[in-house]
Design a protein around this ligand. Structure first.
Ligand SMILES: [Zn+2]
Length: 149
C-alpha cells in the first residue's frame, strides 16, 4: 500500500462512510431533487431513496465494495484470505440487495466514491439514470414530461 492510498483509506475510515453519502445528498439537494434516506423498509437500507423515480442510490466505497478496475480497490498484501472472504461477502450481499430491490421494481444506481471527485459526472450519471427508461420498466410519470423537481 502506498502512503497515498493509505491516507485515502484512512480518510474513508475516519469519516465512517458518511461523507461521500453527504456529498451525493447535497448534490441532489442543490439540483432540487427530493429524496429520503436510509429507508429501513427496503432491502439493504439504501443510502438514498427517490420514490418519485422509483430509484435507490447506494454510495459505495471502492475498496469495500470492490469497484472493478478502480485503483482504490486494490488487494491488501497481508491477511489475504481474510480480505478475500470479506470482499466476497460484501459482493454477495450487494448482489442480493440489488436483486431484491429490482424485484420490488426499484432501479438501483451505484455511485462509486472515486467518482465524487467530479460531481458533473455524478450528476450526469444520476440524471441519465433517472430519465432513462430503457431498462424495460415503465414509469408513466416520467416519459411524458420532465417531472417537477
Ligand atoms: Zn472507484
Amino acid at each position: 500500500m502506498t502512503p497515498e492510498k493509505r491516507s485515502w483509506n484512512m480518510g474513508r475510515i475516519r469519516s465512517k462512510d458518511t461523507k461521500p453519502e453527504k456529498t451525493v445528498r447535497s448534490l441532489l439537494h442543490k439540483l432540487g431533487y427530493r429524496f429520503r434516506i436510509h429507508r429501513k423498509d427496503l432491502p439493504g437500507k439504501p443510502d438514498i431513496v427517490m420514490p418519485k423515480f422509483k430509484t435507490v442510490i447506494f454510495v459505495h466505497g471502492c475498496f469495500w465494495h470492490r469497484h472493478k478496475g478502480c485503483k482504490y480497490a486494490y488487494n491488501p498484501k497481508s491477511r489475504q484470505e481474510f480480505w478475500k472472504e470479506k470482499f466476497q461477502g460484501n459482493i454477495k450481499r450487494d448482489k442480493k440487495k440489488r436483486y431484491e430491490l429490482e424485484r420490488l421494481g426499484w432501479k438501483v444506481l451505484i455511485i462509486w466514491e472515486c467518482q465524487l471527485k467530479d460531481l458533473t459526472i455524478v450528476q450526469n450519471k444520476i440524471e441519465s439514470s433517472l430519465y432513462n427508461q430503457n431498462n424495460g420498466q415503465q414509469n408513466a410519470s416520467v416519459d411524458t414530461k420532465k417531472p417537477r423537481r
